[in-house]
Ligand binder design. Sequence first.
Ligand SMILES: O=P(O)(O)OC[C@@]1(O)O[C@H](CO)[C@@H](O)[C@@H]1O
Length: 402
Amino acid sequence: MVMSGTPGSFARSVLTDRHPVLLRQVADGHPYPPDVRRALDALAEETAAPAAADATDGPSMGPLPTGAAFPDRELWERWGVAHYVGRKSWYDVPFLWAENWFYRRLLAAVGWFGPGPWQGVDPFAPVKRAELAGAEVAAELAALDGLDALAPGERDQALLRAALWGNRADLGFRLTADAGTTPDSAASAVLADDSPALWRHLAAAPPGTAAVHLIADNAGRELIPDLILLDHLLNTGRAATAVLHVKPYPYFVSDATTADVLECVRRIGRAPGRAGETGVRLREALGDGRLAIRTHPFFCAPLPYAAMPGDLRAELGGATVTLLKGDLNYRRLVGDRWWPPTSGFAAATAYFPGPLAALRTLKSDVVVGLDAATVAGLDADSRTTGTSWRTSGTYAVVQTRT
Ligand SMILES: O=P(O)(O)OC[C@@]1(O)O[C@H](CO)[C@@H](O)[C@@H]1O
């Protein structure tokens, strides 16, 4: 199990380096009143790094307020709140637990669940909005015009790759990315690429039957290529229906919510050329139900997908394929554990209720399904550069179990 406070680990650095920066960014993002600012400061203090770099003690994880501000209490109780909250230090719990409770507490601090005037105001909206208005998004949408020049197979692959590398545009990752950790495009590589198997699997579905589910990760520059990929699958008949699973509330900085889906569809539709046409089709597909949005609460659980509840299991079990986007979904898919990187992907995901494909850039320590020679080469490179190949965002995987 990856723990939150292991000395020198990536997980610990998320708590000690990334979370304080994020709390400051949230406080600066909206003109929050003094009580919200005090609550954010209190969360920063409670979660601050222990004085010694190898210590895992410190204040225990604090509770949420009672009553209306904690409408999801029952769920969190089911997810294990009694084991950790009020009992364990932030640095002495599973990494997944620490991160998820942190984001849930952050939402409480800013009044997301209300009641009150800040109810439903996304604390991450300012950064999400800035990204959507940026030049990168405009350029990526304009690049769609070039797709006409490609052969159909190349077009498929270009759109899949866009969705894959879109995962690099994670606003949480960029909170602490610096010159030493900014992904180097020239060195980027897909370390395991099962995309041919994914395309074969989709082609094998009887015409007009395929249901493609996509468990989304980040909004903005990741969600746009995800939506474009889903439109492409619908438009070319490889999917009869598509289901987009997003978070029920703002989470992990830039994770997509329903509001973000609508913003992205609007942004795509406002673009000239092919992108604009895609935006029109996406609106139609949402309107006629070929593209559905789901917001299952389990997507905000501090647990691996092996623990998914029966209703979600049944829904994903009916998918022709489920595409899982991003790093956090990958951690939850294989279990947040120190797997040897050469462990089998199929074995780690055998419990999953249907065919699946993980599209993920590597931004945390967990990985499976790599060959030994690749791992040896990457380890040697990391020793030379001092930057871990597992967390730099330089590498990616497309792994399937069909
Ligand atoms: O899931 P994503 O957006 O690809 O990545 C999220 C991430 O960068 O943020 C978390 C740390 O804050 C980790 O789970 C992971 O490394």
